[in-house]
Design a protein around this ligand. Structure first.
Ligand code: P6P
Length: 322
């Protein structure tokens, strides 16, 4: 009967977060309510993506669903979406104390060829009780109270951290519930994979070029790393989290701040990596220490296995000390 007992002990994401919440007696359940609305958005997008809606419509649809779900949760006051030029300030009657930054459908240009894409989100608490301002979302990533992504691929997987480790949940379509399938995810200390768009190699700076060269032609006689690059951040980061290795989106001569957005791509993925025992570096500093000045700001990013990121940090440090 043990198998049945295990099978019937359904650890849904809602139950999991309620368990987490019980560790914070002071909490009023606002975060649990907020998360249930994010989960609702993910379920909607998962079904729309699987219906094969065309990309443009999906981008708009996903954004609308998340904005409406987050506003109707009554637990948010500022929303920043990759799809909206300006931040959304929730009307006073529906305001709560959380700010949510998100990319509703990251990598959506890949949708027509069936590559996995995803929603990425990060959650801040407002800084103080006053009137919400952009300062409440222009906070360093280390101030996030939670971050996660939902990957829409062969299955729908939601990976989240609320600051005490990383857990993965898989949508069981027959139940319509996200069930805990990847408890306590820890990224391998060192990996055998590097993930970068080699097509930008001619524009890379010295340390990045040197690091990638070392991946391909190791000088210590170790075996070369494998290159895996999907071109959809959620898919590349999910593989890195589970298998180890390093994901790089460096600066280059054409884009001195790289391509990925700080608030809703770099910060959430860096938060998860640190929570899973890895690290995230911008070429200049710990990614989560950055303080963005604009809501759609970009930053270079090197994230993944602790030891792999250490290596590229050493190359940038050596460049600094030249
Ligand atoms: P490139 C997708 O467009 C995206 O924003 C991320 O999901 C992905 O990691 C990156 O851009 C891919 O960019 O320049 O390699 O095609």
């Amino acid at each position: 009967y043990a198998a049945d007992a295990q099978r019937t002990d359904l650890m849904t994401i809602t139950r999991f977060v309620l368990n987490e919440q019980s560790k914070h007696p002071e909490s009023r359940g606002d975060f649990t309510i907020l998360l249930s609305h994010i989960v609702l958005g993910c379920k909607f997008v998962c079904s729309a993506v699987n219906k094969g809606e065309e990309q443009k419509k999906l981008d708009v649809l996903s954004n609308e669903v998340f904005v409406k779900a987050l506003v109707s949760s009554g637990r948010t006051c500022i929303l920043v979406s990759e799809e909206d030029e300006e931040a959304t300030f929730v009307e006073p009657s529906k305001r709560g104390r959380y700010c949510v930054v998100f990319d509703p459908l990251d990598g959506s240009s890949n949708i027509d060829c069936g590559v996995s894409i995803g929603t990425i989100f990060g959650i801040y608490s407002v800084k103080d009780g006053g009137e919400p301002t952009l300062d409440d979302v222009l906070q360093p990533g280390k101030n996030m109270v939670a971050a996660g992504y939902c990957m829409y691929g062969s299955s729908c997987t939601l990976v989240i951290s609320t600051g005490s480790g990383v857990n993965g949940f898989t949508l069981d379509p027959s139940l319509g519930e996200f069930i805990l399938t990847h408890p306590d995810i820890e990224i391998p200390k060192k990996g055998k994979i590097y993930s970068v768009n080699e097509g930008n190699a001619k524009n890379w700076d010295g340390p990045t070029a040197k690091y990638v060269e070392k991946c391909k032609f190791p000088i210590d006689g170790s075996s070369s790393k494998s290159l895996r690059y999907i071109g959809s951040m959620v898919a590349d980061v999910h593989r890195t989290l589970l298998y180890g290795g390093i994901f790089l989106y460096p600066a280059d001569k054409k884009s001195p701040n790289g391509k990925l957005r700080v608030l809703y791509e770099v910060f959430p993925m860096s938060f998860l990596m640190e929570q899973a025992g890895g690290q995230a570096f911008t070429g200049k500093q710990r990614a989560l220490d950055m303080v963005p000045k604009k809501i759609h700001e970009r930053s270079p990013i090197f994230l993944g296995s602790y030891d792999d990121v250490e290596e590229i940090k050493a190359l940038y440090a050596a460049e600094e000390n030249k």
